[in-house]
Design a protein around this ligand. Structure first.
Ligand SMILES: N[C@@H](CCC(=O)N[C@@H](CS)C(=O)NCC(=O)O)C(=O)O
Length: 224
């Protein structure tokens, strides 16, 4: 199976972290987002959305990081995507929460408009209002994640065992490193992220992201 990806891309790292941690063998093919390789017609034929990641398994092509890790987990029989109906529903619930609630405000409202030129809103007033909105809403979601969704007892998002939701959620939060977000005000989130940072593949998966963050160290950002 081949994964079209970029190592600085959050949604690519979700798949990469899951695959490396769970021992799922993939052939990795970089799509250079920085030079606009994903915008060329050759890649649009692979994914008309012109986005990474894309998984190719024989004749089967799959986009959307969440769908890709569910497919890989089922194919590998991974316990990170439990078969029990209610346990699986809980994992799906957390994944949807991160994508549909949290990342809408945190990723698309706060992070991407500051880091990627094509996400910047037109005009300083609109940009500033977007960032303030994104920050405030993200803080509301983080409080809920800390107090209600994780709480003081759980090692991982859905209990004592790692699931797909952890790979997805941790990578979305880790992307905040680019604009120097701190989650110190959220002790349960910090504790969970420490568990995730302890995964054997974490450092390797974050090498390029860390270099990208270092290249932005002198830039001022609105952050959490
Ligand atoms: N919903 C998609 C989002 C994919 C996505 O936004 N990928 C970004 C990288 S994190 C991308 O390819 N961006 C290129 C661009 O915005 O031009 C998923 O979860 O896979």
């Amino acid at each position: 199976m081949k994964l079209y990806y970029h190592p600085a891309s959050t949604t690519s790292r979700i798949v990469q972290l899951f695959a490396l941690d769970q021992g799922v063998d993939l052939e990795y093919q970089v799509v250079d987002l920085m030079s606009g390789e994903h915008l060329k017609p050759e890649f649009a034929r692979i994914n008309p959305n012109s986005l990474v990641p894309v998984l190719v398994d024989g004749d089967f092509r799959l986009t959307e990081s969440s769908a890709i890790i569910k497919y890989l987990a089922d194919k590998a029989g991974s316990p990170a995507y439990p078969k029990n109906l209610q346990a699986r529903a809980r994992v799906n619930e957390m994944m949807d929460w991160f994508l549909a609630n949290f990342n809408k405000d945190f990723g698309y409202g706060l992070l991407y408009p500051q880091v990627f030129a094509h996400h910047r809103r037109p005009g300083d007033a609109v940009q500033s209002a977007t960032l303030n909105w994104g920050k405030q809403k993200a803080q509301v979601w983080l409080k809920i994640l800390d107090a209600n969704l994780i709480g003081p007892d759980k090692a991982y998002l859905c209990g004592d065992a790692i699931t797909l939701a952890d790979y997805l959620g941790a990578e979305i939060l880790a992307a905040g490193g680019l604009i120097r977000c701190s989650y110190a005000a959220y002790p349960n989130i910090e504790r969970w992220l420490q568990n995730m940072r302890g995964l054997k593949s974490w450092a390797k998966v974050h090498e390029v992201l860390d270099q990208f963050a270092a290249s932005l160290k002198d830039k001022a950002f609105v952050a959490i």
